[in-house]
Design a binder for this molecule. Structure first.
Ligand SMILES: *Cc1c(COP(=O)(O)O)cnc(C)c1O
Length: 366
């Protein structure tokens, strides 16, 4: 079975972890500092703050900007649950607006229409590794005095008009095992603002600047040196991994030809890093998954249910229709695109997709 995600682990990661184990210093230390410096360089920002995971990165970014009860944050309904939940965790209210059908990302016009006096921030997600429309979103934020918190969990190395994601606002990344680079679990926050960076460093460590003296309520959301050692080994391979993903996606773009399979659209001027290569199945998606699985190709649906339609959001009173997100939720299918695929596997995936035999449905073939 060709798996849809596979962490790329080599001797570099193994040796780096062993070195930390042998050093006897396992918690936040020099490996974390090294990872932060390298991450800031990749994103072209002044500061990077390592944290325990991508969810805590989003939550702490909101807290560092003092966003909480009474505040609204406009975001996308078509994302992993952590996007919305980080806003709830901070005590603020997520406001979901429908997305652009071509890019699967926030539609700036709908964002602007949703701004109220309570709006404090916009949280775009660079879904599947494609930057959201940052020019337009930054202009809106500027006009209305809003903070931009980028959910860049899937998009390390991506660029919009030559500018790296994570540098448009406060950037939040995940180093979860299946992300483009990983540390098992891990997160990173990027910013050019020295005050936000300072607050983040305190927030991740019990509000403490001087050991055992605490200025305000913080948390223990630190990263360990064991994780950072893996992250450093991975970051050294980021460009190679990213080039492979882009080449794999280009291969699918060229070779997948099926009237009921719509290939992903990359907005002109972006560097899409293909965390996922997500096609739309204009037909019975469950049947497509079954046929691909029978051909030895694993696939996945990111995401089958819009965030505000999740039971926990229904229970909070969310009840809005999101036609584009709902349609895409029923159509999207992620094919394996990770850098561990060889040429035979790539050709096999493409052939298996082209061989799909699906009944047409009038509703779905729009
Ligand atoms: C993975 C992910 C997160 C959360 O990151 P964790 O490290 O799993 O907490 C948030 N948003 C998006 C879009 C993600 O893909």
């Amino acid at each position: 079975m060709i798996s849809v995600a596979r962490p790329q682990i080599g001797p570099e990661e193994e040796e780096a972890v062993l070195a930390v184990l042998r050093s006897g210093m396992l918690a936040q230390g020099p490996e974390v500092a090294r990872l932060e410096a390298a991450f800031a360089a990749v994103c072209g920002v002044a500061h990077a703050i390592a944290v325990s995971n991508g969810t805590s990165a989003l939550f702490l970014a909101l807290r560092a900007h003092d966003i909480g009860p009474g505040d609204e944050v406009i975001t996308t309904p078509f994302s992993f649950i952590a996007t919305g939940n980080s806003i709830l965790m901070a005590g603020a209210r997520p406001v979901f607006v429908d997305i652009d059908e071509q890019t699967f990302n926030l539609d700036p016009e709908q964002v602007e229409a949703a701004i109220t006096p309570a709006t404090r921030a916009i949280m775009p997600v660079h879904l599947y590794g494609q930057p959201a429309a940052m020019d337009a979103l930054c202009a809106i934020a500027e006009r209305h005095g809003l903070v931009i918190i980028e959910d860049a969990a899937q998009a390390i190395g991506a660029q919009d008009q030559g500018r790296p994601v994570g540098s448009f606002g406060t950037g939040c990344f995940s180093l979860y095992a299946t992300k483009n680079i990983m540390s098992g679990e891990g997160g990173m926050i990027t910013t050019n603002d020295p005050q936000i960076a300072d607050r983040l460093r305190l927030l991740r460590s019990h509000g403490s600047r001087v050991r055992y003296y605490h200025d305000f309520l913080g948390y223990n959301f630190r990263m360990t040196d064991l994780q950072a050692a893996i992250g450093n080994a991975q970051l050294a391979k980021l460009e190679r991994f990213t080039e492979r993903r882009i080449a794999n996606a280009a291969f699918f773009d060229q070779t997948i030809r099926h009237p009921q399979v719509r290939k992903p659209f990359a907005r002109p001027g972006v560097r899409h890093v293909y965390h996922q290569y997500t096609v739309r199945i204009l037909g019975d998606r469950d049947e497509a998954m079954r046929q691909l699985r029978a051909a030895g190709v694993d696939t996945a649906v990111f995401y089958p249910l819009p965030i505000p339609h999740q039971p926990m959001y229904r229970a909070l009173g969310y009840d809005q229709s999101l036609p584009v997100t709902e349609r895409l939720s029923s159509q999207v299918l992620a094919l394996p695109v990770h850098p561990g695929l060889n040429n035979e596997e790539l050709a096999h995936i493409s052939e298996a997709v082209n061989a799909l035999s699906l009944e047409t449905s009038e509703v779905l073939s729009r």
